[in-house]
Design a protein around this ligand. Structure first.
Ligand code: NAD
Ligand code: MG
Length: 387
């Protein structure tokens, strides 16, 4: 089998690398990263990749130097990233963060490769297009979000038309018990501490604000095709149960596992087989108890916004995600407070309601990009008025 990894130097990328390094039977075609060229070069040498690509033109010389004498091809920039996704391969890990991950995944599907999809933004912004593209090229998309991999696994051998509901869990993040007043003063450093998962900076903050779960509700709808009313999110602070699927006879099939993304990645890598994976085995007696609680929409409005976006359909997902990315940047830059993020996203989507295109069906990648850019500039205007 041949594989390529997009976003190899990130949190998901490193977990993927950890599985690939144990598999000498797998050929690595392309690895891509951002500014961390030393790590990208190390990975490329260790996996004997054919090609290493940095997303940034100005990092080209450093990557070239780091790979001198290795025989590994080097490239840089957005075009090179796209070209890398067109290189013949069988399995592609999509683990770039943000809307930038959309185009490479799309091209990977066009060559018929299996797309292991960690980049949830692809489904949130262009779900119908991505699913169509997979169908057209007889390519498969395998979910690599822990909740979605869990749902996928709970559905093996089942008749999806007999599914009543799907429940995805959320840890509740570091601010689960914080009051509204305290949340208003939450700092970046505080938002960066996730109780259970070790992830990239952006998704960690999205977990604290519940925007990650908001994206995941939309992701569930787009990937599995369930109606919004069938999809629920529940707080489960231990992050042991990742998702549950409820059938019409009342049975709930739950997926449990240690909070380690190598499980979902490994499942997608070996699917439909199950291979041995280096993940911790659960000691249930030691864990003792699992608890669940309803999310509080007052303190965490992101889930309500996701429901509005699901009702709007069309390009609302692209607008929502773009506004969320701008909100995150503004919070990281100290321009807006923690709760300003949800306020900004809501104001951006509302302000776009009267513009042409928000609820038009998604039929081409270009219109998704246009909406993404429109929402980003609108959100940036609103940030200036907020700060
Ligand atoms: P990360 O920030 O740790 O890594 C992101 C990777 O993408 C890095 O290799 C970086 O160099 C690259 N990158 C960043 N911006 C880029 C751009 N504009 N163009 C090209 N490359 C770029 O992120 P992560 O936590 O690994 O998350 C990756 C994706 O997986 C996200 O969509 C996230 O929502 C999803 N995901 C992550 C986890 C997790 O446990 N980390 C779990 C589920 C889903
Ligand atoms: Mg998840």
């Amino acid at each position: 089998m041949r594989v390529s990894v997009f976003g190899a130097t990130g949190s998901i990328g490193e977990s993927t690398f950890d599985l690939l390094i144990r598999r000498p039977d797998i050929t690595t075609v392309a690895l891509t990263g951002g500014r961390n060229v030393d790590r990208l070069a190390q990975q490329a040498r260790a996996l004997r990749a054919q090609l290493a690509v940095t997303a940034y033109d100005d990092c080209y010389a450093d990557l070239k130097e780091a790979l001198a004498g290795s025989g590994i091809e080097v490239a840089a920039g957005t075009e090179a990233l796209i070209a890398a996704s067109e290189r013949p391969t069988d399995w592609v890990m999509s683990a770039i963060v943000g809307a930038a991950g959309l185009a490479p995944g799309f091209r990977a599907l066009a060559q018929g490769a299996t797309l292991a999809l960690a980049n949830k933004e692809s489904l949130v912004t262009a779900g119908p297009l991505l699913m169509q593209e997979a169908a057209r090229h007889n390519a498969r998309i395998l979910p690599v979000d822990s909740e979605h991999s869990a749902v996928f696994q709970a559905l093996v051998g089942e008749d999806v038309t007999k599914v009543e509901r799907v429940i995805i869990t959320a840890s509740g993040g570091p601010f689960r018990e914080w009051s509204k007043e305290k949340l208003a003063r939450a700092t970046l450093a505080q938002a960066m501490i996730h109780p259970n998962w070790d992830m990239g900076q952006r998704i960690t903050i999205d977990s604290a604000s519940m925007f990650n779960k908001a994206l995941e509700l939309i992701e569930t709808r787009e990937y599995f095709g369930f109606e919004p009313a069938q999809i629920e999110a529940v707080i489960h602070p231990q992050s042991i149960v990742h998702a549950l699927v409820g059938f019409r006879d009342g049975a709930l099939m739950a997926h449990l596992g240690a909070p380690d993304m190598r499980h979902a990645i490994g499942y997608a890598l070996n699917w439909p087989a199950r291979a041995e994976l280096p993940v911790a085995r659960l000691d249930l007696a030691q864990i003792g108890s699992l608890s669940f609680e309803a999310p509080d929409p007052e303190r965490f409005p992101a889930l309500r916004l996701a429901r509005e976006v699901m009702d709007l359909r069309g390009h609302a997902g692209a607008a929502f995600n773009a506004a969320k990315e701008v909100a995150l940047d503004a919070f990281i830059a100290g321009q807006i407070g923690f709760q300003g993020m949800a306020a900004l996203v809501e104001r951006t989507v509302d302000s776009l309601l009267s513009d042409a295109g928000l609820t038009d069906p998604v039929v081409a990648l270009e219109t998704v990009t246009t909406m993404d850019q429109m929402a980003r500039s609108r959100a940036r205007e609103i940030v200036l008025r907020m700060s």
